[in-house]
Design a protein around this ligand. Structure first.
Ligand SMILES: [Zn+2]
Length: 497
């Protein structure tokens, strides 16, 4: 039943929801907000924020100016002038926990020679918007920005503060981005209760999404650098141990062979059970039946590496450097190793095992060591709003909490007890998802527009006065469908590290 207060707000609500629906109807003919979003994304993609070195300040200024045009004061924050983040807050006057709309400004580097289009040109072609960051994750940053400014443009009465945060340095671990901001500027995060960030995924079958995975937990990153030191020499007379490069190769072989046994953690078990329930093939059977003791042979035969990565630590050698000429033995050789630990593990045991592989002259440097952080609960109003909006966007679709195999800035917030969800509002076909952190990264323009619409709905539903409870009731109904996931999540469309 509507209270008097709600009745008083009804015209505003009808205006807001009506506006979204009218815009939805008009989208095919060119919704102005969606055109505006596409233009903003193209401009954002033209700013090279490759990390390293980052140069996020250029991207931060661009976002700051977009916000300033709307009369929203945005602040550049961070101790390094070249590595600034952007922060803006819409104040509600309410004590309800604030929502942070988070994305990262930096992108991974692009090898221009391997792209068919220049990676920092923001080219529109063939129904796509091309550029490094199109999927990871400038698209989300613009969708969040459009949702944020719309609250201001429409003078929407807010029932909670809404924070827009575009952060530096996520791609290299976020220590100089969200990690530092939370440490050094705690006042910016006063009363923050929720974060929407990259992560999660959706299954996109042609142009339909039957499954949306909302990331509530992720694996723990452990990034190591192995360095071998020795004497320089002529390659025609190598020492008995083969020199620094040979020693490095032997160590890497030993590191790669460190046992990483399968182990089932509670959140992964829940996610797999849901994913497998409605799938009738053998993969569905393995997923829904997953339990201790694990049937390792069957898991290895049936599940893809993406699923299996959630059942064990993974070790990937990603970079080897050293040497200057074919006939010179180098004094130094090094390699980077990207390890992802199961969500409840600390780094120390794996670091000790890696150290055991090193010979005399070998050195280990920890570049990044995450910590296990609590899983974000999925029995929140925000989860229900997400579920309602996603099932409304794709009728018959299922929304379920999932565990991420990658990592993101969400871990800094989860560590502080702030509920952080990784979401993937844009449909992404599997062949486009493969361009994340790879060549020819691109987003389908239509899917981008639809994702912008979805973000606007989510933010309005969660933050506008009087909307949330109505949407939550719808969300309760759709969330009840969690256990009948019609397809397994395919962890292939992640946009995080
Ligand atoms: Zn990312």
């Amino acid at each position: 039943m509507l209270s008097f207060r709600r009745l008083a707000l009804l015209p505003l609500l009808l205006c807001l929801v009506g506006s979204i629906q009218c815009r939805r109807a008009a989208a095919g003919n060119g919704d102005p907000v969606e055109h505006e979003a596409e233009a903003a994304l193209v401009s954002y993609l033209r700013i090279d924020t490759s990390n390293p070195p980052g140069n996020e300040t250029a991207g931060a200024r661009f976002l700051q100016q977009l916000l300033a045009k709307e009369g929203i004061e945005a602040t550049l924050v961070g101790s390094d002038p070249n590595r600034q983040s952007v922060y803006a807050r819409l104040v509600s006057g309410s004590d309800e926990k604030a929502l942070i709309l988070l994305h990262h400004i930096d992108v991974v580097p692009a090898n221009t020679a391997e792209w068919t289009k220049p990676p920092f040109a923001g080219i529109r072609s063939g129904g796509y918007i091309w550029g490094r960051g199109a999927l990871d994750i400038k698209s989300l940053g613009i969708a969040e920005l459009m949702a944020f400014v719309e609250l201001k443009r429409r003078h929407v009465p807010l029932r909670r503060d809404v924070i827009y945060l575009a952060a530096a340095d996520e791609e290299l671990g976020g220590v100089n981005g969200c990690g530092a901001l939370l440490e050094q500027y705690p006042e910016l995060f006063a009363n923050a209760g929720f974060v929407l960030n990259e992560g999660g995924y959706n299954d996109t079958i042609v142009d339909h999404v039957p499954f949306w995975g909302i990331e509530v937990q992720a694996k723990v990153p452990l990034w190591l650098r192995i360095t071998m030191k020795g004497s320089a020499g002529h390659a025609a007379s190598p020492p008995d141990d083969g020199g620094t490069m040979a020693k490095l190769v032997r160590s890497l072989d030993a590191i790669e062979r460190i046992p990483t046994p399968y182990r089932l953690t509670p959140a992964v078990a829940r996610a797999f059970h849901r994913a497998g329930k409605a799938r009738q093939d053998e993969r569905g059977e393995v997923l829904r039946g997953i339990a201790d003791p694990l049937d390792v042979a069957r898991i290895e035969r049936v599940l893809s590496p993406g699923y299996r990565s959630l059942l064990h630590d993974t070790i990937a050698i990603t970079r080897i450097s050293g040497g200057s000429a074919i006939n010179v033995l180098p004094t130094t050789a090094s390699a980077d190793v990207d390890i992802r630990l199961l969500p409840d593990e600390t780094a120390a045991p794996m670091v000790a095992r890696v150290k055991e592989t090193l010979p005399a002259g070998g050195d280990l440097q920890v570049l990044l060591a995450g910590q296990p952080v609590p899983e974000s609960p999925s029995d929140t109003e925000l989860f229900r709003v997400l579920a309602a909006a996603m099932t409304k966007a794709e009728s018959g679709s299922i929304v379920a909490p999932v565990v991420g195999g990658g990592t993101s800035d969400s871990r800094y917030f989860r560590a502080r007890g702030i509920v952080a969800y990784g979401i993937a509002p844009f449909k992404v076909n599997y062949y486009d998802a493969d361009t994340v952190h790879a060549n020819d990264e691109r987003i389908r323009a239509r899917f981008f527009a639809e994702g912008v619409r979805l973000m606007r709905r989510i933010v309005a539903d969660f933050c506008a006065k009087g909307v949330g409870s109505r949407e939550s009731e719808a969300g309760d109904r759709s969330a009840a469908g969690h256990s009948s996931d019609p397809r397994p999540p395919t962890p292939d469309t992640r946009s995080n590290q």
